[in-house]
Ligand binder design. Sequence first.
Ligand code: SF4
Length: 171
Amino acid sequence: MKEIMLHLARCNGCLSCAVACAIEHSESKTLLGAVLENSKPRLSVEPFLDRAAPVMCRHCTEPACVDACMAGAMQRDEATGLVTNEGPGQQCVGCWMCVMACPYGAIIQETVPEKKALKCDRCPGREIPACVQACPNAALVFEEPGRFAAEIRRGSLVGLTASGPTEQGRG
Ligand code: SF4
C-alpha cells in the first residue's frame, strides 16, 4: 500500500504542501476561497535541525488515536488502512483525546466553526495527495515504503562508491 514518504534532505520548508492541503480541504478548492473559509492544513511544517519537515498522520496500523477516542469517531478502515474521524456515522466531539494520544502530534485542533479534530485523510478521490503533488522539491513522494527504502539504499551505495572504501572497510 502506498504511503506519503519524505526525503528529509530535500525539504526547504516552503509550505507549498500545507497550502495545497488547505486548498484541497476547502469548499471552493481555490487559494482565495481557502483563505476566506479559514480552511486549515492537516499537516504542519516544523523546523528540524537546520531544515524543516512536514508532519502528518502516518495512518498507524495500531492507532493510539482510535484507542483514545471515547466517542468512537476515530476509526481505521481495514480495507484502505486509512484512519479518519470523518466517515459516515463518525461524529467527532472535539474532546482532543486523539490529539493527546498521537505520538507524532499529527492531529490538529479546529475550534471554528466547530470543535473538531482535523487530520490527514490522504485526499479521497485523488490519485496523488495534494501535498505530494504540490511539493516543488519532490521531498514528498507517494509510494510503497519498500520501494522508497530501496531508493534510499541505492542512493547510499552511490555515496559509498563516490567516497571510496574506508580504512575500516579495507580490513
Ligand atoms: S512542499 Fe516540499 S519542500 Fe516545501 S515544505 Fe512541503 S515538503 Fe518541504
